[in-house]
Write a protein that binds this ligand. Structure first.
Ligand code: FES
Length: 106
């Protein structure tokens, strides 16, 4: 059974400009949606280090830098790439869809 997997439609793809990140709040989740080289990525929006928000940070390639203390994460994996962050950012699997950003939530 895959009953514990839920599909959530986050936004339309045309809402996220190439090379940018937007915030989407949905179903109690605060998400950051990125578009890099026409590929979409979704992570939690709140920094794991403190009160910074990814959609207010600086996106450089696949790295998002929090504007609060300049910690940074790889948006593909959530891996920390720059301190002071220590805890990875939660990432979500983006499902294949032509027009919408959809994620799997388990
Ligand atoms: S709150 Fe993001 S680096 Fe400190």
């Amino acid at each position: 059974m895959t009953g514990s997997i839920e599909v959530l439609t986050v936004c339309r793809k045309d809402e996220v400009a190439e090379g940018s990140v937007i915030q989407v709040q949905k179903d109690g989740l605060d998400l950051a949606v990125y578009c890099v080289e026409s590929v979409f990525y979704v992570t939690d929006n709140l920094c794991t280090h403190g009160p910074g928000y990814m959609n207010e940070g600086y996106l450089d390639g696949h790295v998002i830098e929090c504007d609060f203390h300049n910690g940074a994460f790889d948006i593909r994996t959530g891996e920390v790439v720059s301190p002071p962050c220590m805890v990875p950012l939660k990432t979500y699997a983006v499902l294949d869809d032509a027009a919408e950003v959809k994620i799997a939530i388990s």
